[in-house]
Design a protein around this ligand. Structure first.
Ligand SMILES: [Zn+2]
Length: 107
């Protein structure tokens, strides 16, 4: 039996880079996720900043940590998803590797 490379069975494609199973980009990108959340890593240095640089600097620090940083993370996530949308328009059968994020463009 010949292996038909153009019409593989669903879910049997391997990533050419790392050999992990690839997923349809369409399914992957249909999940609208929000990356603009705060990761509480317990590294809030507001008190230290206030001590060394004053209250005003501490306020700026807080603004950056709790507003600017999550906001820019969210924008980055949206940009990434818009890029995948564009790829999907041109290559609707594209596959993505969830391991190394390699994108295999297929029409
Ligand atoms: Zn891979």
């Amino acid at each position: 039996m010949e292996y038909d490379l153009d019409n593989p069975e669903e879910g049997v494609r391997e990533c050419p880079k790392c050999r992990h199973t690839m997923q349809y980009l369409k399914a992957y990108n249909s999940v609208r996720y929000n990356e603009g959340y705060m990761i509480d890593d317990g590294r809030d240095r507001t008190n230290a900043v206030a001590f060394w640089f004053g209250t005003y600097a501490a306020l700026l620090y807080r603004f950056y940590r709790y507003v600017a940083q999550p906001f820019s993370d969210k924008k980055t996530g949206e940009r990434k998803q818009r890029r995948l949308d564009r790829i999907l328009k041109a290559y609707p059968k594209s596959l993505i590797c969830l391991h190394c994020h390699f994108i295999w463009k297929r029409r």
